[in-house]
Write a protein that binds this ligand. Structure first.
Ligand code: PLP
Ligand code: TYF
Length: 396
């Protein structure tokens, strides 16, 4: 019976937003959950999304079920976005999933059901949900070194050594294609070549999380890590999320793409992927993916999307610069210029748990306990307030 059930701990990130909502300080700031905010502090609906939705309202003729793996039009667009137009499409099967999380969970289900179960190597640190997702499918988890001791840069040598000496052929390795969450630290293209070589030598299965395509350098540039991996191995899993780059967070739009060595294998893989989806959520929700497909079907809306995505990326880079210069002007004596080398929404600030608590308790500024800051949640007009508070907690 239910009487003995214990209260579960809140999500380390989403739980903070509940605390933030309850905070009565009018100057409070939420820099925890990875959501983009514009200069007015809103998470806007992109103009291309609004235009596509107007079109859908006029033309949508049914709410009948989608296929188990989603609409073919959407799946073609995802394949091109992730792998470009050169890849042999008969080797790639794509399933539309409820968000990137749904894609990761289906990937985990596939590894558990069809491949082993496979042991999964995750970077240290990584998005906390990764561990929980793989553990839910009872996959053994191991960690490889990722962030260097300075907490600002990649421990490339440690990462390569762990994968080279501790992994076994057939293990899966989770890689963030760009904009590593929570650190913002990414490998360079030449480091990706080395990673791809180890993945190939050790016959590892790359499991690539692609939640921030377009937030690093650009849509195509951010996919180069995946192309580098696929230049050296012929199998890979890629989990895409369109929560951030289309701002479709609540619509739950994502995909799992599985690349096989040949078309015949791909047919079997797709059939098993569909079987696993059927007993999980049966088939995906229509609306968000229909919006994405409507945008990518239309040249003008696609241009509008590229412009809006570029604006988000450029603004986050600008906020990084403003934070660094404003921190300098406080005279707190702590150099934050390492933030300028990092990509995407997040950075590790280097603040310790006591300083994080003090930011929250004394200043109503919410960042994740690890010291991760969502740069995409900062605003120009609150920069002085933020940096003043950070300076105070650093000076102690
Ligand atoms: N993977 C990483 C690294 C993320 O940061 C996120 C963020 O939400 C996801 C996956 C999941 O994305 P979604 O919200 O689309 O499920
Ligand atoms: O890391 C983040 O902030 C985003 C959003 O359980 C998120 O990836 C955070 C926690 C979670 C689900 C999504």
């Amino acid at each position: 019976h239910l009487g003995g059930i214990q209260v579960a701990p809140p999500d380390a990130i989403l739980g903070l937003t509940d605390a933030f909502k309850a905070d009565k300080n009018p100057d409070k700031m939420n820099l925890s959950v990875g959501v983009y905010k514009d200069a007015s502090g809103q998470t806007p609906i992109l103009r291309c999304v609004k235009a596509a939705e107007r079109h859908l309202v006029e033309t949508e003729a049914t709410k009948g079920y989608l296929p188990i793996d989603g609409g073919p039009d959407y799946r073609d667009h995802v394949r091109t976005l992730v792998f470009g137009s050169e890849i042999d499409s008969t080797r790639v099967c794509v399933a539309q999933t409820p968000g990137g999380t749904g894609g990761l969970r289906q990937a985990a289900a596939f590894l558990a059901d069809q491949m082993g179960p496979t042991r999964v190597w995750i970077p240290s640190p990584t998005w906390a949900n990764h561990k929980a997702i793989f553990a839910s499918e009872e996959l053994p988890i191991e960690e490889y070194r990722y962030l260097a001791d300075d907490k600002k840069s990649l421990d490339a040598a440690g990462m390569l050594e762990d994968l080279r000496t501790r992994s076994k052929p057939g293990d899966a390795v989770l890689l963030h294609a760009c904009c590593h969450n929570p650190t913002g630290v990414d490998p360079t293209l030449s480091q990706w070549k080395e990673i791809a070589s180890v993945v190939s030598e050790k016959r590892l299965l790359p499991l690539i999380d692609f939640a921030y395509q377009g937030f690093g350098t650009g849509l195509e540039e951010d996919a180069k890590s995946i192309a580098e991996i696929l230049s050296q191995v012929d199998e890979a899993f890629v989990c895409s999320s369109f929560s951030k780059n289309f701002g479709l967070y609540s619509e739950r739009v994502g995909a799992l793409s599985i690349v096989s060595a040949d078309a015949k294998t791909s047919v079997s893989v797709q059939s098993q992927m569909k079987r696993l989806i059927r007993c999980n959520y049966s088939n995906p929700p229509r609306h968000g993916a229909a919006v994405v497909a409507a945008i990518l079907d239309d040249a003008d809306l696609t241009t509008m999307w590229h412009d809006e995505l570029n604006q988000m990326r450029t603004r986050i880079k600008d906020l990084r610069e403003r934070f660094v210069t404003t921190m300098k002007s406080t005279g707190a004596g702590h150099d934050f210029s390492f933030l300028l080398d990092q990509n995407g929404m997040f950075s590790f600030s280097g603040l310790n748990p006591m300083q994080v608590d003090e930011l929250r308790n004394e200043h109503s500024i919410y960042i994740v306990g690890s010291g991760r800051i969502n740069v995409a949640g900062m605003s120009e007009n609150k920069m002085e307030q933020l940096c003043g508070a950070v300076a105070k907690v650093i000076e102690g």
